[in-house]
Design a protein around this ligand. Structure first.
Ligand code: HEC
Length: 198
């Protein structure tokens, strides 16, 4: 191989490996300000919805410890990584929306708990560089909960307030995968949308 050909082939090798690296290390969706606060995520309703839980007040002596309906999302790159490996990547971000029960009377579907309004937003981010001392490297945030104003940049909350319960009770790496059928079905399968249990 002459020098020119060699140069071209090693250069294209470099370009190829740069693409590979950027392919495997896709940027985290989590954005921080210079005070290290997590910025309010913008388009998380375009992320992957993994599960919804309902803990109605009337099954909890009139007031459930958590807001009655909650929907959880994960960012698409981290979902793709989970689907491939069954693990949460460095940079993974989840968002949980809190929703009130709007009504109990169904139009022909049966009575139940129908979604009312969005009344809260929480998030978690896994980042081994930013949070080397947090359990599982996960940090937890509140953007608003009922009765508090929306903040556009949120502080990492103390471990005892959030992470401890997750560490104790969540099935996989601090995340409640036992309540997220979308994650359970896709785990390390390379597939989405598997409806029937295997
Ligand atoms: C008493 C236990 C407990 C505490 C304390 C707790 N959580 Fe959770 N968290 C849960 C459960 C259970 C779920 C599963 C979804 C649901 O039921 O809301 C969850 C899910 C989440 C999720 C979705 C991703 C995941 O990890 O499953 C986020 C984000 C979250 N919590 C944020 C917080 C924040 C922020 C705090 C602190 C203010 C907090 N949590 C404190 C029990 C807890």
């Amino acid at each position: 191989m002459n020098f020119k050909k060699q140069l071209v082939s090693s250069l294209s090798g470099l370009v190829f490996s740069a693409v590979m690296v950027s392919g495997t290390l896709a940027a985290s969706m989590a954005e921080f300000n210079d005070k290290g606060e997590l910025l309010l995520p913008k388009n998380y309703r375009e992320w992957v919805m993994v599960g919804t839980q309902v803990t109605p007040d009337e099954l909890n002596d009139g007031k459930a410890p958590f807001t009655e309906i909650r929907t959880v999302y994960i960012d698409p790159e981290s979902y793709a990584h989970w689907k491939k490996t069954g693990e949460f990547r460095d940079g993974a971000m989840t968002v949980k929306e809190l929703i009130s029960v709007g009504g109990r009377k169904g139009p022909g579907s049966g009575n139940g708990y129908f979604m009312g309004d969005y009344i809260g937003l929480e998030a978690s981010v896994k980042d081994s560089k930013r949070f080397p001392d947090e359990p599982g490297n996960w940090a937890f945030y509140i953007f608003y909960v009922p009765g508090t104003p929306l903040v556009t940049a949120a502080k990492n909350l103390p471990t005892a307030e959030c992470a401890a319960c997750h560490k104790e009770n969540a099935k996989t790496d601090m995340v409640y995968t036992q309540f997220y059928p979308v994650l359970r079905a896709a785990k390390a399968t390379g597939e989405s949308g598997v409806v029937a249990p295997k």
